[in-house]
Every structure is written in structure tokens, then in C-alpha cells.
Design a protein around this ligand. Sequence first.
Ligand code: PLP
Length: 427
Amino acid sequence: MLEKSKAAYEEALRYIPGGVDSPVRAFKSVGGVPPFIERGEGAFLYDIDGNRYIDYVQSWGPLIFGHADPKTLEAVCEQANKGLSFGAPTLLETELAKEIVELFDSIDKIRFVNSGTEAVMSAIRLARGFTGRDDIVKFEGCYHGHSDSLLVSAGSGAATFGHPSSPGVPEDFTKHTLLARYNDIESVKRCFEASSDIACVIIEPIAGNMGLVPADEEFLQQLRALCDEHGALLIFDEVMSGFRASLKGAQGLTSVRPDLVTLGKVIGGGMPVGAFGGRADIMAHLSPEGPVYQAGTLSGNPVAMAAGLSVVRRLKKDPSIYKILELRAKGLVGGFQKIADARGVPLQTEVRGSMFGFFFNDRPVKNFDDAQRSDLELFAKFHQEMIKRGVYFACSQFETGFICTPLDEKLIDETLEHIDEGLKKIV
Ligand SMILES: *Cc1c(COP(=O)(O)O)cnc(C)c1O
């Protein structure tokens, strides 16, 4: 059933480390062969063996209108015919910037880059340049891309200062990164006690990279107050939640406003795009207006901007899309919960707009420690059963699921039948 994918994977392993260009794609934590994809259409992925999958990954978030969305493709083709890249200003960049600035109170100015990693790395440099401070605070379980100072883990004991979570990252780089615990304001206070040199606190206001774990409103308010008290900037990393949790991302669901915001994924409509923006006085420190250097040969790429514009404009025109996607997400996890309850499988679920998450866990998940107490073995078996049945969930317990507009109630019901059969098989 995955014969061609198996051969393709073996071939890829000969030429590409681990056979993939981003580690999670290798299916390591769930086992089995990753299906090699031939094409997508709407809610479906098709692999090279001809299997069809109902896709809840959607390229890890970007494709809110589904695969090969005709309107996005039209915008891309129209622009591609005029040229792929100019390395000079275009109207498209200003148009997309304007759409985003109009939507987010917290963004006066914005700059486009090529990935979420780059957006966060640049936002942090800007925060450091603006405040003249070196240290940053991040939360365990939040992912902000793979730049050096963010590949940090807690290490042993109750250390506040982080250690590299990957070889190749010098201790000297990560010693400026302090680690706090998600939804735990006391742990953030300890960081501010340990350092008077904190430039910024960066958080996924709706964490999507330890599974889906939203921050409590009170916690975000306290975080804002702490940053103000200590003169540190608050950065919301909305690379995933932006245009996913709501039209305004997490900022459509909380009253708390950050100083800087990072975006990515949906704003590129499937093309490589990231962005960072925020208060005008902070953004003014960015080169060429100010001294903080940041650049990119392909930044604001016209084809990527055209794709992003097409997507963002349609979402702005019809924000009711989010209500519909949320209802479907709730239908999915609600049905899943019923099935799990009936089979005595402990399950925790969350929904925020078009994002959903589930943990095989008997207790509510508020932080990374809680998430790690989930039944990973059961998840791996579940994932394999789902792939066999043509349902493509993210291949890790610590990821978020995404509903796209073509994924209708009929497909949710079909998914629930597969979940029921799959769970029957393994518990
Ligand atoms: C995906 C993601 C990133 C990294 O974006 P890339 O485009 O993969 O570099 C950063 N932060 C968050 C919250 C993300 O979900």
C-alpha cells in the first residue's frame, strides 16, 4: 500500500540526511514510512502509491483554503508570468503590508522575510537593538524556529538559564536565553529576578508546537504587566496562530497587545513567507531607517506576496469562515471525545478557530510537562491506524491539527468513523 513511498524514502535517504528537508516529516516518533506526496486537492492529499488522505496537516498550517486552491493558484500564475523575483520594491509588498497593518492594532509597520524562523530571529534582534539589552525569555514547549538562541532547553534541575538543545549551538549563545514555564507567571518573575538585562519575552499566545495549549487570559495580562514594569518588550509569535485562531490570530481572542508580532504560514498561502511587525517607534530602529541590520535577497518575493494577498484579502472579506471552521473543528474533537470516552481512552482536546489539538492524557494540559505526560505509544499506534485508513494527522503528539475550508462535515463524519475503527483495533 505504501510500496512506492517506501522505495522513494530509501532513495531519498541516500541523498538527503534522514530523507527529508525538515525532521518531523520522517515520521520518526510514530514509526512507519512517510507517504511521498504527488499532489493535493482541497482537503485531500494523494501519495505516489495512489492513496488518498483527508489532510489535517495542510502543510503544517499555511493552507487555510486547502490544497491547490484555484484562486491562490491564479494569483501565483499571474504574477509568475511577470517574473519570479526582482530584488526591487513592488506594489504587492505595500498592499499586503497595508492589509495586515489595518487588521492588527499592535502592528504599525511590518517587514516581510522568507520563513517563520527568520521572522522571529529578526524580531529578537530588533528587540535587543531597541532596548540595548541582551537576554530574552522563552517558554518551554514553545517553538520559534531553529535559530541558535531559540534552540534551548531547560537542562537538569530548576535552572532558569537555558542550555543548547542541539549540538552546534554554543553555550555562549544560549546563556542569554532564560526559560519559563507556560501559564506560570511565577516562573517568569523568577527570570526577571535572575536578570536585569531582559530585552524581551517571546511567547506563542496560543501554543501550537507542544500540541495545542492556549495561554490563559490572566496569564497573558500578568505577562504584559511584568514586561511593562521591567521595560522589556512582549513578542507574540503568531507564525502559526495568525489568521488561524481567528482573523486576527490570538489577538482576536485576547485583550493583551504585544509590542512586536511575528507571522508566517497562512500569510504566504503556501509560499515561503514570514513577517515581523509592531510599534512604529520600535520598527524605526530597523535598517535602513535605523541601525539594526536585517535583509533578504528574496524577501517580499512577488509571487509569495501575490499568494498571501489573495488569501488574506479573501479572509478579511469573509471572516465568518473562522466560525465555520471552528464549528467543524469542534465537531471533530467532540466526536473524538465521545468515541474515546466510550472506549475508556483518556483524551484531552482543545479548539481555537481552525486549530485543534488532542492529547491521550487523563489530565488537562497547561504546559510542556503536562503535554509530555501523554501516552505517546498509544499516539503512535493511533497515527498508524489513521494513515492506513486514509486520515492524515500530524505525525507527533506535540503538533496542532488544522481544518481547511474544503474540509466539510461529511469528511469530519468519515474521519470519526475511521477514528472509531482505529481505536477499536488498538485498545
Ligand atoms: C512554524 C513556526 C515557526 C517557524 O516557521 P518556519 O517557517 O518553519 O521557519 C516559528 N514559530 C512558530 C510559532 C511556528 O509555528
